[in-house]
Ligand binder design. Structure first.
Ligand code: TA6
Length: 284
């Protein structure tokens, strides 16, 4: 079943429900809010203080960072993580199956986007919702000049206790620590554990698994053509400065983001497109 509701003025949420899973996707931001395999807890984190308001990005779920990740390279007055997370996307395909549903959304250049970034584009995101979740992000250059992007599917995962959570798959990977200036490079030894503010870019495309030590849940991520993985948790002090995140909610979330960030810019030639995918496999 596919239903549409108005979550807030101008913000439509599409709910996909089938025998295998239920998902909610906001057209504002092309943003997945919830993915709940049948009989299981939500895989994604969304806090109690989440704000649904045109002009503000939604925290939690899976924000789409595009056409730049993090602060803009040269102009810090531009919005962090680009602008498609505050654009209204339109539906281009819906498929309502018994145990599998598909929703495809797209957004393209507007006068507002051209004021921030002078390029013609079409970005398409397709959500394949069933026993597993697959997301396909396509960037198309519909203009006459090449452009460069960085991007990410900034996924927030729900965990029972961050201090009992590990992320496997990055042993031996180089990373950049973004919590300090200048940024520090390191090499991961063993699994990732979080015991302080963490904002690390792992310079490797790798399948990884989030192991929730409290609930025993395992969530595996399989990225394709996203060369980097960002692991973020604001921890206690930083959380207090984030208005739309409860002071204690950092304990129940971890961002593990499939991205193409920092030096890994993607050049998209006119008339061509780039496809990047993320598969999320929840298992208990
Ligand atoms: O992916 C990590 C990060 O870039 C952090 O530096 C942190 O700021 C986070 O994203 C959230 O960004 P936001 O703009 O959504 O508050």
């Amino acid at each position: 079943m596919i239903t549409k509701t108005e979550r807030a003025p101008g913000i439509t949420v599409v709910t996909l429900a089938n025998a295998a899973a239920t998902a909610a996707i906001s057209l504002y931001g092309g943003h997945m809010l919830s993915y709940r395999p049948a009989g299981k807890e939500d895989v994604l984190f969304m806090g109690d203080k989440v704000i649904f308001e045109i002009g503000k990005p939604i925290r939690g779920g899976i924000p789409v960072c595009w056409p730049w990740f993090g602060p803009h390279e040269s102009d810090k007055t531009l919005p962090a993580h680009g602008f498609v997370r505050t654009m209204n996307w339109k539906i281009v395909e819906e498929e309502d199956g018994d145990s599998h549903s598909v929703l495809t959304l797209e957004c393209s250049a507007t006068p507002e986007s051209r004021a921030l970034w002078p390029h013609e584009f079409k970005v398409t995101i397709a959500f394949f919702v069933g026993k597993t979740l697959s997301i396909a992000l396509t960037t198309e250059n519909t203009g006459d000049e090449p452009f460069d992007i960085t991007d990410a599917l900034h996924a927030y995962f729900r965990v029972g206790d961050i201090s009992k959570t590990t992320v496997t798959g990055f042993d031996g990977s180089d990373f950049v620590d973004r919590t300090v200036q200048p940024r520090v490079k390191g090499t991961q030894t063993g699994d990732i554990t979080i015991a302080k503010e963490t904002d690390s870019v792992y310079l490797r495309q790798a399948a990884c698994t989030i192991l929730d030590g409290l609930t025993g849940r395992e969530i595996t991520l399989n990225p394709q053509l996203f060369p980097d993985t960002v692991v973020w948790n604001p921890w206690s002090e930083r959380s207090k400065a984030i208005a739309d995140l409860g002071d204690e909610e950092y304990k129940n979330m971890i961002c593990v983001e499939a991205g193409s960030v920092l030096e890994n810019k993607i050049t998209v030639e006119p008339g061509t497109s780039v496809l990047q995918c993320l598969q999320i496999l929840p298992e208990v």
